[in-house]
Write a protein that binds this ligand. Sequence first.
Ligand code: HEM
Length: 153
Amino acid sequence: MATAYALHLLFVTVWIGGLIFLQLALWPTASKQLQEPSVRIPLLTSTLERFLWLGWAAALILPVTGFWLIGVYGGMARLGWHIHLMTGVGLLMVLLHLALYLAAFLPLRRAVAAGEWDSAGRRLGWVRWLTWVLLLAGVVVILLTGLGARGGL
Ligand code: HEM
């Protein structure tokens, strides 16, 4: 049980911390310093490709460890509203990650491979928008879980 809890927290940190770095540090810096699309877009696409694998790991490990803990605690009915909310939003985040990869990232990678910078730029915009939604959902889950767990709400 302690292992499941520790892994859960580790992958929350990896996923949400990575999204924060991507959105608030790397992306704005690349947009400012690399004006040339044929340089900026491949850099962001390769970075995303590596990071999305960590996202897949988190999208698998968070539900597995979460439901493992729920089993150990004796089922959903015995748990607080914050765990219900985390489970619901967490599963939506997994679906969003899937959509981001299949519907936004793969077309982006194809456009980059073909050197179609206009199309790649538009698709990168989509990836960024979905990444914001994912980050926002993660931050809301963390804040509400923390507040709910300690009676802050
Ligand atoms: C996908 C399904 C998920 C399930 C079923 C789930 C379930 C759980 C459970 C059962 C706990 C243990 C609570 C306790 O020991 O009191 C927990 C802890 C936690 N989870 Fe999740 N979780 C999921 C996804 C997420 C996501 C996506 C995030 C954040 C982005 C997250 C953030 C946290 C945090 C910060 C804790 C520690 C809170 C505490 O110690 O009370 N979880 N989760």
